[in-house]
Design a protein around this ligand. Structure first.
Ligand SMILES: [Fe+2]
Ligand SMILES: [Fe+2]
Length: 301
């Protein structure tokens, strides 16, 4: 459990009282313990491992700001550690998807549970973006720039959805949730090509397909504020899937493998073949899918 914030080495004119002897990355500023980082990988790790959602959001925004200002290097001698559990709060309780109750939108709890499920996706998405930055070394500078932007936008999405949930009288952690997103991070931690194929191009892309239907339901229920939040999310998520498509194709080209066939093989191996349900074709085309891939996903190609 880390509750420290991090600061850049020498940032903002802060002078630390002492470096913690056991860990040169920590220093004491007055009463506060802070992590000193000067490279992006340490910043990503620090954000990934923070448990408290407010701290994770605040530090994610700070890290993205420092990255954009050119204050974080890509130099770090320490290789990434094996993937484990990310930082997350004690609640929500994580259960298998089958244990999640089906609820009607027409009760206050059902309405809040739907918004909570979206908040949970966005919280996980912050961790997934930071893990992509932290884990995959030797990628071009633009890869890190893209995934820092994704982390920053996911933090923004989480904040919007959590605020809305609070407005309904509930908070993040009030309902059980499943751990499918992080489980996919664990399954794909060994290879950025597999991660790009299965996280942005399968899981986030599924979000593009289902979001318009959720917006329709919420609009019919009169929750226009939630619809406005989902409009922002849908717009940004097209960009996230496009980033995944770009780096998936980059890695296929680098390795001399055919991207369409590689994607099909990964779907067979990890997703039992195809994606379920109708596709949001225009959003997926904007996010770097080809017509051929969409036909295949729909089972008609
Ligand atoms: Fe998001
Ligand atoms: Fe996303």
């Amino acid at each position: 459990m880390k509750h420290a914030s991090f600061v850049l080495s020498g940032a903002a004119g802060l002078t630390h009282d002492r470096i913690e002897p056991d860990n040169p990355f920590f220093a004491v500023f007055g009463e506060a313990l802070a992590m000193i980082v000067s490279d992006l990988f340490s910043a990503a790790d620090a954000c990934l491992m923070l448990d408290d959602p407010d701290e994770k959001v605040a530090q994610t925004c700070a890290a993205a700001r420092h990255w954009r200002a050119g204050e974080l290097s890509l130099q770090n001698g320490a290789p990434p550690t094996a993937i484990g559990e990310p930082g997350r709060p004690g609640r929500p309780q994580l259960v298998s998807p089958r244990q999640l109750p089906r609820r009607s939108l027409h009760t206050p709890e059902g309405h809040a549970a739907l918004i909570h499920a979206i908040a949970h996706i966005e919280f996980n998405a912050i961790n997934l973006a930071w893990d992509a930055v932290y884990r995959f070394r030797d990628m071009p500078w633009a890869f890190y720039d893209d995934w820092v932007r994704v982390a920053d936008e996911e933090a923004y999405h989480f904040g919007l959805v959590r605020d809305h949930l609070r407005g309904l009288g509930f908070d993040y952690g009030d309902f059980a949730a499943h751990n499918g997103l992080w489980e996919m991070a664990q399954k794909t931690a060994f290879d950025p090509l597999v991660r790009m194929a299965l996280v942005p191009r399968v899981l986030e892309a599924r979000g593009l397909d289902v979001t318009p239907g959720i917006m329709k339901k919420l609009a019919a229920h009169g929750d226009h504020a939630a619809v406005a939040v989902l409009e922002i999310i849908l717009r940004d998520e097209v960009g996230h899937v496009a980033i995944g498509s770009h780096w998936f194709h980059y890695l296929c080209t680098q390795r001399g493998v055919e991207s369409k066939e590689t994607f099909r093989q990964l779907l067979d191996q990890y997703m039992n073949g195809r994606s379920k349900g109708p596709l949001h074709r225009s959003a997926r085309l904007a996010a770097g899918f080809s017509e051929d891939e969409l036909d295949y996903l729909q089972g008609v190609g």
